[in-house]
Design a protein around this ligand. Structure first.
Ligand code: CA
Length: 263
């Protein structure tokens, strides 16, 4: 934490009030300061988030309801939204959907804050278009690391959706070659990463083992079709519950289906 930042949380709160009063979110110290919109109805948690984010060089804006969150997202165009799942009026899932459906702010990174460690909540968070989630109670250190990671992933051109392939809770970042399963890193080999990229990119179409070989190994490398099957088995296992989204098409090859298969 920088030395010139407040060490007493009450100072952070005073700073926030001042910003709310002006209705402005400028007054940052550098142009690089990113604006994080916090949509959270628990005041203590919202205050803690504001304090920690500001201490780490972010600007913050806070909304206590889903409706206000949406409105502030549209008005201020934040660089990232921290979105509580359980909110009064409009639930977090709906806020996320509406942000994604909005042309102007549709690409804004969203990190969901979920109250339960319930896996369903986590999947719901990602299914509505959130980039990541953290489960309450979470450590600020973990949350800040997740925020940094989301910014790193969307840093290059802001066209996240063109560089990240998704299949259910699995995301493949084509630039960093990072694969995640519901936010956690998946240890894919390069071959596995390439195979899965090709399958997701085919958008439901069947890819023959031969085609998959070309995608994964490049031309001129010969492997047996059985090798592809072994890789697919390993990919499915690493994808956890999402592994069943890779279908075997008997006698032909494989296809990836986007429809959610009930677990
Ligand atoms: Ca809540």
């Amino acid at each position: 934490m920088p030395k010139n930042q407040p060490t007493d949380p009450s100072q952070g709160r005073a700073k926030r009030v001042e910003r709310e009063d002006t209705g402005m979110v400028a007054s940052g110290t550098t142009a690089n300061e990113r604006l994080v919109l916090i949509v959270e109805d628990e005041r203590d948690l919202a205050d803690l988030l504001e304090y920690n984010l500001q201490s780490n060089g972010y600007r913050t804006l806070t909304a206590r309801t889903g409706a206000d969150g949406l409105s502030k997202a549209r008005t201020h165009g934040p660089d990232l939204v921290l979105l509580d799942l359980m909110l009064p009026e409009v639930p977090g899932t709906e806020v996320a959907k509406q942000i994604r459906a909005d042309k102007a702010i549709g690409r804004t990174p969203i990190i969901m804050l979920t109250a339960k460690s319930d896996e369903v909540d986590q999947v719901v968070g990602l299914a509505v278009g959130a980039d990541d989630y953290v489960t309450k109670p979470f450590s600020m250190k973990v949350l800040l690391a997740r925020i940094e990671a989301v910014f790193r992933r969307s840093h290059q051109d802001g066209h996240e959706s063109e560089r990240v392939l998704r299949l259910g809770g699995v995301a493949l970042d084509l630039e960093t070659h990072e694969a995640t399963l519901e936010g956690e890193t998946i240890p894919f080999t390069l071959t596995e990463f390439r195979l899965l990229s090709a399958l997701i990119d085919a958008d439901g179409k069947v890819l023959s083992r031969n085609k998959l070989m070309n995608h994964a190994m490049g031309p001129g490398v010969t492997v047996t079709e059985r090798t592809i099957d072994v890789h697919i088995t390993s990919i499915r296992r690493k994808m956890g519950r999402w592994g069943q989204q890779i279908k075997t098409v008997r006698g032909v090859g494989y296809r990836a289906v986007h429809e959610l298969t009930p677990a």
